[in-house]
Design a protein around this ligand. Structure first.
Ligand code: AMP
Length: 654
């Protein structure tokens, strides 16, 4: 497939705002993609070249990309930068210069999706001596091979990791469900569409020559009302008319459409398909593999996708509640109550005798923690497993547990590891398990998973099972909460005994309660350059929360306090600027737009309603508490949570 075809799809997606329209575009496109190209296309559609479980990313910095564009078009880098400031989008800059070069490429061969995909992977993988020059050469080669300037736009954006066509996880999931499974309609939707004027004819047009499974009652209904269209279909012998139940086979090889009389059944079947795609994705964290399984094996194919030890999965996330009573209302009684350790989350995998460690961002940190590997190997008695835990640091003088900031150094440290192991020893606290000896435990109730942890972990100085009680009594929880805080923990977790493990979802199966309840985790999505003594540094940081429905980051305010003037005093303007600069995607005057990569914990005085920011809220006096580099942008507080906090405030006011 030519890359131009994909670029045209990106272009159409960019021009549509509605999620439904975008889903239709992606679904129709996927339907026709060849098997050999499906992986590349699915990944590229979401702006990636590696599946989610691999921590490797493309994300070339904008400054390197500018060099690539400059070299490709033989233009001075400073000119490219000026144009970037003017247009605010490096993709558009590349497109513009590409269109000026068009003449000389009239006879060149077209760029294929597979060639782009392979080259992008090579760009991501090049390391060592002269790696930057080699990356620039590859960028140059790609930009020089486009047959249409629009390809340059999307190549550039993909390379800097800022595709901006709005294909978030939910949209890709729905598109896969629509592309590889039968389309499901029901009477009401058909009627609505007919009244709207266009859709039924569209359904009828596109069903010509296709097989349709029709609920018998609907068949009568159609026959009565749409005699003409029906006779067309009937004569082509495409209708399979029968009473359909919820277990209808939805594979496209059997029929292309299912028409239900009953909307409840129709919706059930539709959501069954979407859930199957979502469940499969939560197991393997790779939409390309999910698309392939759906296409080749339908629902059965999806159900065969299981957890793979050594492929990290997304971790389950938890909601907040203000009080113990509120938490009980969500998780039910009795509930498990555990210490909420203030460390970092680690996913521990063992396969074929080999232990691998992944952070919450799914980065492989096996090399950083040989001490953890060794102890886990000794203490966990199972051949293969996937366990979830919180690792905390210990003060080697006092034996007390250290707060997160102190051990974050251990995650980053890649050399002289033996030294830092002695300086900051750690304790591993297992609190969940997803797989043991090949048995997938994701859908098992928490109570059972906890028993499994207790049965395979024999505790040692370094390896523990999370401190845990089961109770229905608010006073007992309160006592446990105080005990937990006195040990230096962040608070407590309250968990439903019957709940499954839901990868990647912020579900109410576990609730966190902590004293600093109102702090928010926000993403830095932009910044303003400072003046005077802060010239050259960012001095104000644009913050955003996450909207999990749309996959978008919505702004909520700007922060300039809590940050130090000098690096010796703590997190400084200079250090933050250095960290964020490689992630600039757009510059306009004194402001920059940043790729959402850095999560920060922010304290504030109050949440206010505001039309100035896209979340609809603004923070009064936001202040930096700490960086959360161990977390992903998508872990940010959600707009729903903020709305709840806002309502809570109001409740207190009145
Ligand atoms: P938060 O990061 O505030 O959303 O709180 C959830 C985090 O608390 C998890 O991602 C873990 O890293 C951490 N945590 C500490 N102790 C526990 C525990 N017993 N159960 C689950 N998560 C825990």
């Amino acid at each position: 497939m030519d890359y131009l075809q994909l670029a045209n799809v990106y272009n159409r997606l960019e021009s549509k705002a509605s999620k439904l329209e975008k889903t239709d575009i992606v679904a129709q496109f996927l339907e026709d993609v060849d098997k050999d190209e499906l992986e590349a296309v699915v990944l590229l559609l979401s702006g990636r070249v590696y599946p989610g479980w691999q921590s490797q990313e493309l994300g070339l910095s904008s400054s390197l990309m500018i060099k690539g564009i400059a070299k490709a078009y033989g233009i001075d880098a400073s000119k490219i930068e000026d144009k970037w400031r003017e247009l605010g989008d490096l993709g558009l800059v590349a497109e513009k210069y590409s269109s000026q070069k068009k003449q000389s490429r009239l006879f060149s061969k077209s760029l294929t999706v597979m060639h782009v995909f392979d080259s992008l992977r090579r760009i991501a993988e090049i390391e060592g001596m002269k790696s930057q020059d080699k990356k620039i050469d590859l960028v140059c080669e790609l930009l020089g091979s486009v047959s249409d300037p629009v390809e340059a736009r999307y190549l550039t954006r993909t390379i800097i990791g800022d595709l901006r066509v709005g294909v978030a996880e939910g949209l890709l999931r729905d598109s896969i469900a629509y592309a590889f499974f039968t389309n499901v309609y029901w009477k009401e939707t058909l009627l609505q569409k007919v009244d709207g004027g266009t859709r039924l004819s569209l359904v009828c047009e596109s069903v010509k020559g296709r097989k349709i499974l029709v609920d018998t009652e609907l068949d009568a209904f159609l026959l009565k009302k749409y005699d003409k269209e029906y006779s067309v279909l009937k004569s082509e012998n495409d209708l399979i008319v029968r009473d359909i139940d919820g277990d209808v086979e939805v594979s496209k090889s059997l029929c292309d459409y299912v028409l239900f009389y009953d909307s409840v059944l129709g919706k059930e079947v539709k959501s069954k398909i979407v859930s199957a795609v979502e469940h499969a994705f939560s197991m393997i964290n790779d939409f390309a593999a999910v698309a392939m399984a759906a296409r080749e094996g339908g629902l059965l194919g999806l159900s065969k996708l299981g957890l793979t030890a050594s492929h990290p999965i997304k971790v389950m996330l938890y909601q907040k509640a203000p009080t113990i009573e509120d938490a009980f209302k969500i998780v039910g009684k009795p509930a498990a109550v555990e210490y909420k350790y203030d460390g970092f989350r680690l996913q521990v995998h063992k396969i074929d005798g080999d232990v691998k460690l992944f952070t919450r961002r799914l980065e492989d940190v096996t090399l950083q923690f040989p001490d953890v590997r060794y102890s886990v190997n000794k203490s966990v008695k199972a051949e293969s497993f996937i366990l979830d835990c919180e690792v905390i640091g210990v003060d080697k003088e006092t034996g007390k547990w250290l707060p997160f900031q102190k051990i974050s150094r251990r995650i980053k440290r890649k050399h002289k590891i033996e030294e830092i192991i002695k300086e900051i020893p750690v304790i591993v606290n297992f609190f969940d398990v997803m797989m043991v000896a090949g048995k997938n435990l994701i859908d098992a109730p928490f109570e059972e998973r906890r028993k499994m942890i207790e049965s395979i972990v024999s505790e040692s100085e370094m390896v523990k099972v999370a401190k845990h009680i089961v109770t229905s009594d608010v006073r007992a929880v309160d006592k446990f909460y105080k005990e937990s805080l006195s040990k230096g923990n962040e608070g407590i977790m309250m968990k439903s005994l019957s709940a499954p493990y839901k990868p990647g979802n912020r579900v109410g199966y576990g609730i966190k309660i902590k004293p600093t309840m109102d702090n928010l985790d926000l993403v830095v999505v932009g910044a303003d350059y400072g003046e005077g003594k802060r010239v050259g540094w960012f001095s104000s940081f644009h913050l955003a929360c996450y909207d999990s429905d749309s996959g978008k980051f919505l702004t909520i305010g700007k922060m300039g306090t809590g940050i130090k003037e000098k690096t010796e005093e703590g997190m400084s303007f200079e250090a933050l600027t250095d960290m964020l600069k490689p992630h600039i995607v757009k510059e306009k005057g004194k402001s920059v737009v940043l790729k959402p990569t850095l999560l920060v914990e922010v304290a504030f005085e109050e949440i206010q309603k505001s039309s100035k920011y896209s979340s609809g809220f603004a923070l009064r006096f936001p202040r930096l508490v700490r960086l959360r580099e161990d977390r992903m942008a998508e872990d940010a507080s959600t707009v729903d949570e903020i709305s709840m906090l806002y309502t809570g405030q109001r409740g207190r006011d009145t």
